[in-house]
Design a protein around this ligand. Structure first.
Ligand SMILES: C[S@@+](CC[C@H](N)C(=O)[O-])C[C@H]1O[C@@H](n2cnc3c(N)ncnc32)[C@H](O)[C@@H]1O
Length: 257
């Protein structure tokens, strides 16, 4: 960081966080009133209040974890994910669904002569304070404004020629495309704009195995990586949560990887 101000990378899924914290508050109120003897397990209200306590505790834990991850955890995670790529420093980088620039700026900090482009639809429900001016402000604060460009566009139809980038990144963005076919289009677009020998890194909370399969169908060498806890969560949720990352490269004529 070069200035005294800290960058603001926003809160992921702010509406979900708000709703979880409301449920948590209701659960705490139910618990306190139970402890104060306002109601007992035999009262009719217990039918609502008792489940509310449990929903409040689990929802509150989840909401607080999401807040912590947005404000603290994702900075560290960004560096760990970006370490998966062997950077030369001269890459042309694209961040798909860049939001306030967490990965875009993290990548730009690893560049010497290279440059990084972020593209986004700026959906407020996906990230608090989501707007291109905020991303550029963060780039200024982190001292990489000269290497970063921000565009408005859709992951499903990337406005770039084939093979325009050496590295394509996407973090916590593609699951926000709800139609499975359209998500696949976005992944195919990522494969299309990637240069031969280029590398791709997709981090997401869902669908990661499908992303890897789609990249392989597009001719890339790609695999999905999940930790033990994430894999367990995938089994428990019947595949609904697939927290992990996809790492891949595009092999072909002129490829060096
Ligand atoms: C949870 S935020 C993550 C932002 C950033 N990548 C990060 O890791 O902090 C998801 C982002 O994906 C963007 N997004 C969702 N659907 C998109 C689409 N079809 N095309 C481009 N961006 C999209 C949202 O606007 C939002 O900025």
């Amino acid at each position: 960081m070069t200035g005294t101000r800290a960058p603001n990378y926003g809160i992921d899924a702010p509406l979900a966080v708000r709703n979880l914290l409301i449920v948590a508050a209701l659960g705490v109120i139910s618990l306190i009133t139970l402890l104060l003897g306002v109601w007992s397990r035999q009262d009719l209200i217990a039918v609502i209040a008792w489940p509310l306590i449990w929903a409040g505790l689990s929802g509150g834990a989840m909401g607080l974890w999401m807040l912590y991850d947005s404000k603290v955890g994702k900075w560290r995670e960004r560096e760990e994910y970006l370490d998966k790529i062997a950077w030369r420093g001269d890459e042309r980088v694209l961040d798909v669904g860049c939001g306030l620039g967490l990965f875009l700026i993290g990548a730009a900090k690893r560049l010497s002569t290279g440059s990084a482009v972020g593209i986004d639809r700026w959906q407020q429900e996906d990230l608090s304070g989501n707007n291109p001016a905020g991303t550029l402000d963060n780039a200024r604060i982190e001292g990489v404004a000269g290497k970063v460009e921000v565009l408005t566009g859709d992951a499903r139809r990337l406005p770039f020629h084939d093979a325009s980038f050496d590295v394509v990144l996407s973090s916590m963005a593609l699951h926000n495309i709800y139609d499975a076919g359209e998500r696949q289009s976005a992944v195919r677009e990522i494969a299309r704009v990637l240069e031969s020998g280029g590398r791709v890194l997709i981090v997401d909370v869902r669908h990661t195995r499908r992303y890897a399969a789609t990249l392989r169908d597009a001719g890339l060498d790609a695999r999905c990586v999940q930790g033990i806890v994430s894999s367990l969560l995938t089994v428990i949720t019947f595949g609904s949560i697939q927290f992990g990352y996809v790492i891949g490269s595009k092999t072909g004529p002129g490829s060096t990887s």
